[in-house]
Design a protein around this ligand. Structure first.
Ligand code: FRU
Length: 563
C-alpha cells in the first residue's frame, strides 16, 4: 500500500562530527497535517542527503498527539540536548527532552526520550494550546544556567516566555517576557540569536557583548509569515528591545515576502556560519494535496515519494510540476549575517555549497545589454527549469531624473496591490521572467519597480508576480514583495534559484527575499523559457546576467549501501 504523506516545519538542526542533521515534522499517513513524527536526514555538505529512520514517533502519553517542533543545543562537553513540544493525550502542549542514544554512532540514528518527560507544562495564565516550539538554549551571563524562550500569546499579544535551567530537567520561569507585541497573536517557532556588527562570520547562540545585536524572529500563526527584528538584548534583565519600535517583530520586516514559514537557524560551528531553513508551504488546495498524495516541499521527501509513486504527476489534478531536484530539503539553506551597510536588516544568501551544483557547460552570460522600454529578450538556456541566475540592472539616470514628476503619484506603490509585472510605470517594472512557456501564457516575473518622488528620493520595490504562473485555477496566485534599500552607487541586483516549481529570489545581496511556490503546467522541464524584460514606459535599463544550469542533488533513501 502506498501512503499519503505530508511535511511541515523543519526542526532541531545541528552540525556534529562531520554531519549536518536535519529533522522535520512529518506525517507518513496522510497529505494533511496529523500524526506528527520527527523524520531525520543527514548531509555532509547541506546539498546531498541521506534519509535515516524516524528519530521520534508519537508513542508516549505526553506526545501521543504529535512530536512537534523543537531545537537542539550542543553542550560544551559535547552532549546534545533536544527540546521539543509534545502534544499530550489531552491535547496539552508540553516541553520534552530527548537526546541521541549513542553519541559514538556517527549518524546519531537512535533517539531517547528522557524518563522525566514532560519537563515543562504551560505556566499559569498560558493556554494549554499556546505553549510550543522551544529554542536552542544560550548561557546566562555568569555561565551557570541555560536559557530558552518559548512562544505563546496572552489574548492577542504575542509573547516569548523565558526559562532558566541548569540541567534541562528543572526550569524556572522569568516573571517578565523576553518580548511582547500587541496584536500579533500566537508566536510559533520563535528564534533568538546574536549577529555581529563587525565580523563576517555567524555567532554561537550564547555570544553577547560589544559589537553584537540580537535578532528575534517569530512565525505568526495568524498570517503564516516569518517576521524578524534586530535589537539589543540585555542579558541581565533578560529583555530584548527592538532598535526601531516601528519595525518590531511581527509588524515589520519579514524573512521572506513569499511562501516561507516556521523557519529556524542554527550555528554551524564547523564553518562559523548561522544557517537558516524554512518550510515552503503548498499554496494549492488541500483537496488537491490529498489527490496528489503529498504536501509540503522538501526534496528529500519527494524523492522517496517518487520512488514509490513514479506516476505521481498523473494523479495531480493541477498537473503541478513536482520534480524538485536542485538541492537539499525545504528551502535552500541560507547563511545569515547583519547588513553592515544599512545596519537595519539582515542579509540572507544561499549557502555557498549550492554553487557546487552549478554546471559549467551550458551557462549563459550577457553583459551590458540595453533594454529599451518594452524590451523582451529570450535567453537560450538548456535546462531552463533548474538554474541559478544572477543579474544586475542600471537605470539610465537622465531619464530617471526627467521622469521624476511623472512617477510622483506612484509613491504609494506596493508589489502586492500593483497588478504585477503587466502594470507599466515610468521606471519599472524590469527584471527576469522564469518558468515561462513559448507564448508567455504561463510565466513568473521577478522584478524591480522604481519610483522617484518630486524631492528626488528613489524608492525601489522588489516583487514576484505569480498571477500568470499556472494555468491551474486551484492554486493561490499573488504578487508579493517589498521595498528594498538601495544605497548610493549600488546597482540593482537579484539572484534567483529556479527549481521547477519553486523560485527563491534574493535582492541587493539578500536584503529582501521572495520564495515563489508556483505550479506551472506548460512551462515545465525543457519547455520552460527565461527572459530579460523591461516593461517601463520611459526608462532604458542596462542589464547583465549570468545563468548556470544546475545539477541535481543526490538524495538517498534508507537503508543505503555505503556512505
Ligand atoms: C508551525 C507548527 C508549530 C508546531 C508544529 C506542529 O507550523 O504549528 O508551532 O510545533 O507546527 O507540527
Amino acid at each position: 500500500m502506498i501512503n499519503d504523506e505530508l511535511n511541515n516545519d523543519y526542526t532541531g538542526p545541528f552540525f556534529y562530527n562531520g554531519w549536518y542533521h536535519l529533522f522535520y515534522q512529518y506525517n507518513a499517513d496522510s497529505a494533511v497535517w496529523g500524526n506528527i513524527t520527527w523524520a531525520h536526514a543527514v548531509s555532509r555538505d547541506l546539498i546531498h542527503w541521506l534519509h535515516l529512520p524516524f528519530a521520534m514517533v508519537p508513542d508516549q502519553w505526553y506526545d501521543i498527539n504529535g512530536v512537534w517542533t523543537g531545537s537542539a543545543t550542543i553542550l560544551p562537553d559535547g552532549r546534545i540536548v533536544m527540546l521539543y513540544t509534545g502534544d499530550t493525550r489531552d491535547e496539552v502542549q508540553v516541553q520534552c527532552l530527548a537526546y541521541p542514544a549513542n553519541l559514538s554512532d556517527p549518524l546519531l540514528i537512535d533517539w531517547v526520550k528522557d524518563s522525566s518527560n514532560p519537563v515543562l507544562f504551560p505556566p499559569p495564565g498560558i493556554g494549554s494550546k499556546d505553549f510550543r516550539d522551544p529554542t536552542t538554549a544560550w548561557l546566562s551571563p555568569d555561565g551557570d544556567k541555560w536559557r530558552i524562550t518559548i512562544g505563546s500569546k496572552v489574548n492577542k499579544t504575542g509573547i516569548s516566555l523565558i526559562y532558566e535551567t541548569k540541567d534541562f530537567i528543572e526550569y524556572e520561569l522569568w516573571e517578565e517576557y523576553l518580548h511582547q507585541v500587541p496584536g500579533t497573536g500566537m508566536w510559533e517557532c520563535v528564534d533568538f540569536y546574536p549577529v555581529s556588527l563587525t565580523e563576517e562570520n555567524g555567532l554561537d547562540t550564547s555570544a553577547n557583548g560589544a559589537g553584537i545585536k540580537h535578532v528575534l524572529k517569530t512565525s505568526l500563526d495568524d498570517d503564516k509569515n516569518d517576521y524578524y527584528a534586530i535589537g539589543v538584548y540585555d542579558s541581565i534583565k533578560n529583555k530584548w528591545t527592538p532598535d526601531d519600535p516601528e519595525i518590531d517583530v511581527g509588524i515589520g520586516l519579514r524573512y521572506d515576502y513569499g511562501t516561507y514559514y516556521a523557519s529556524k537557524t542554527f550555528y554551524d560551528q564547523n564553518t562559523q556560519r548561522r544557517i537558516l531553513w524554512g518550510w515552503i508551504r503548498e499554496t494549492d488546495a488541500e483537496s488537491v494535496d490529498l489527490l496528489k498524495g503529498w504536501s509540503g516541499v522538501q526534496v528529500l521527501y519527494l524523492a522517496t515519494i517518487l520512488s514509490k509513486k513514479p506516476n505521481i504527476t498523473l494523479i495531480n489534478t493541477s498537473k503541478a510540476q513536482i520534480l524538485l531536484n536542485l538541492s537539499c530539503m525545504q528551502s535552500i539553506p541560507r547563511s545569515i549575517v547583519m547588513d553592515k551597510k544599512t545596519g537595519k536588516n539582515i542579509l540572507q544568501w544561499p549557502v555557498e555549497e549550492v554553487d557546487s551544483l552549478r554546471l559549467r557547460k551550458g551557462s549563459v552570460e550577457i553583459n551590458d545589454v540595453k533594454l529599451a522600454p518594452g524590451a523582451l529578450i529570450q535567453l537560450a538556456i538548456d535546462s531552463p527549469s533548474q538554474l541559478d541566475l544572477v543579474a544586475t540592472f542600471d537605470i539610465d539616470e537622465e531619464i530617471a531624473s526627467a521622469s521624476a514628476s511623472a512617477s510622483e503619484d506612484n509613491m504609494s506603490y506596493e508589489c502586492s496591490t500593483s497588478g504585477g509585472a503587466a502594470n507599466r510605470g515610468v521606471l519599472g517594472p524590469f527584471g527576469v521572467i522564469v518558468l515561462a512557456d513559448d507564448i508567455l501564457s504561463e510565466l513568473t516575473p521577478i522584478y524591480f519597480y522604481v519610483v522617484k518622488g518630486s524631492n528626488g528620493n528613489t524608492h525601489t520595490h522588489f516583487c514576484a508576480d505569480e498571477l500568470r504562473s499556472s494555468k491551474a485555477n486551484d492554486v493561490e496566485k499573488i504578487v508579493c514583495g517589498s521595498e528594498v534599500p538601495v544605497l548610493d552607487g549600488e546597482k540593482l541586483s537579484l539572484r534567483s534559484l529556479v527549481d521547477h516549481s519553486i523560485v527563491e529570489s534574493f535582492a541587493q545581496g539578500g536584503r529582501r527575499v521572495i520564495t515563489s511556490r508556483v505550479y506551472p503546467t506548460k512551462a515545465i522541464n525543457s519547455a520552460a523559457r527565461v527572459f530579460l524584460f523591461n516593461n517601463a514606459t520611459e526608462a532604458t535599463v542596462t542589464a547583465s546576467i549570468k545563468i548556470w544550469k544546475m545539477d541535481s542533488a543526490d538524495i538517498h533513501p534508507f537503508p543505503f549501501d555505503h556512505i
